[in-house]
Design a protein around this ligand. Structure first.
Ligand code: BEZ
Length: 396
């Protein structure tokens, strides 16, 4: 069995001074030199995910997904033995930017995988481009990461706007004449997710009852916001919350007494993995859009779920799949690249073709995001176990 929920590593913020001095000199904020391989056929990859803060459980799932891929491939990517250098992204850019920067400036990795928080990823984007080191974003969904497209930024996850957009027309049809209240964490992910939903919901004739953004990372009492929902008379709510915020929101939505009268919809992170386990029966009936559920029926997912369950004694999540797929994309790219230099690997990422993923086969689109399907999911209980049942396909 692989180490479950283990390996929490904390890096000092030691590269920040170097970063700032390079920026002040007019160069890029990261400087990698040759980086990567040690000349012995190995390759160094940085893994930067949150192992602390409200998104810690997401980061742990990503680490597990990445490590499972390596375990299944003899600890090699593209035929080269991998040395993984871990960093703790933490909760926000003040921790994530310096921890991730260090992977390039000091550890001299050939590529970095990870990043959960959109604000952190946006804070790093231009530095990776300047350093010519590929960043394979395995969660953060900020639209601006891949628009405009960069040769060095690739994403195996989703766009925040895309997940919300996928659900708008469906909700407009389901609730008919009623209105929807919109809520989300007050940063790029919450605003883009709600914005994407609102765009397609209103285009389909939907009526918005109100819109509120809650302070990210510091909101644990949602009662004032739930009160606004009740007073608005909305028939349904669409929200973006993930990790610890998702747990608190769904439990309080139930205990506040809204669950019986108001349908709760959200981006699928709301009821994913550890969040769903902690929410328990409070989550039953919540409907979400996402590009994965461990209950998705295809051969690759069946094998993945079995291996993940065997390794970690819990079902996999979308976060684990995105990191597993990041390893798969790098495997193909490093195989094809002329060297372990970041520039060569970035170039090869453009030619990896189809990834045979547990979410179904996908390829990078022109923006370097996955071209993929989104699903309508509903939390149901089967044999006493809660899961995100697939109700229908919402489209790409
Ligand atoms: C984001 O910041 O982009 C994000 C964080 C958690 C789940 C999904 C998206």
């Amino acid at each position: 069995m692989l180490a479950r929920r283990s390996g929490r590593s904390l890096f000092a913020v030691s590269s920040l001074a170097l970063t700032l001095s390079l920026t002040a000199c007019g160069g890029s904020s990261l400087s990698s030199g040759e980086g990567g391989g040690s000349g012995d056929g190995s390759v160094k990859i940085g893994l930067s995910v949150p192992l602390s803060g409200v998104y810690a459980s997401l980061g742990e799932d990503m680490k597990q997904g990445f490590e499972l891929y390596l375990e299944e491939h003899d600890s090699k990517l593209g035929g080269r033995t991998v040395e993984v250098v871990n960093a703790d992204e933490g909760e926000k850019p003040d921790t994530g930017v310096p921890a991730t920067t260090k992977l390039v400036t000091q550890d001299r990795v050939s590529a970095v995988v990870g990043l959960v928080n959109s604000a952190t990823a946006l804070g790093l984007r231009d530095s990776f481009e300047g350093a010519k080191v590929p960043l394979v974003v395995a969660n953060a969904g900020a639209d601006g990461l891949t628009t405009p497209t960069s040769d060095y930024i690739w994403r195996t996850a989703f766009t925040n706007g895309g997940v919300g957009e996928a659900l708008g027309a469906e909700v407009a049809e389901e609730i008919g004449a009623g209105s929807v209240y919109l809520l989300g964490s007050d940063y790029a992910a919450g605003r883009e997710s709600v914005g994407g939903f609102k765009k397609t919901f209103e285009a389909a004739g939907g009526d918005v009852a109100g819109e509120t953004y809650t302070p990210f990372g510091t909101t644990s009492d949602f009662q004032p916001f739930l009160n606004k929902v009740r007073q608005s008379g909305a028939k349904a709510v669409y929200v973006f919350y993930a990790g610890a915020e998702a747990v608190n929101f769904v439990k309080q939505f139930d205990s506040f007494g809204l669950k019986d009268d108001v349908q709760l919809y959200g981006a699928g992170f709301l009821t994913e993995g550890g969040a769903l386990a902690a929410q328990g029966a409070a989550a039953e009936g919540v409907k979400t859009s996402l590009h994965y559920s461990d209950l998705l029926e295809n051969d690759t997912n069946a094998a993945f779920v079995e291996a993940y369950q065997e390794a970690y004694d819990e079902p996999p999540t979308v976060y684990a799949v995105q990191a597993y797929d990041a390893a798969a994309a790098l495997d193909k790219a490093i195989e094809e690249a002329d060297s372990t230099n970041g520039e060569d690997i970035a170039k090869a990422l453009g030619d990896v073709g189809e990834i045979d993923s547990p979410r179904g086969p996908w390829s990078f689109n022109e923006s370097h995001d996955p071209a993929q399907s989104y699903y309508l999911r509903e939390v149901t209980s089967s044999g006493g176990t809660l899961g995100n049942a697939i109700i229908s396909t919402l489209g790409e």
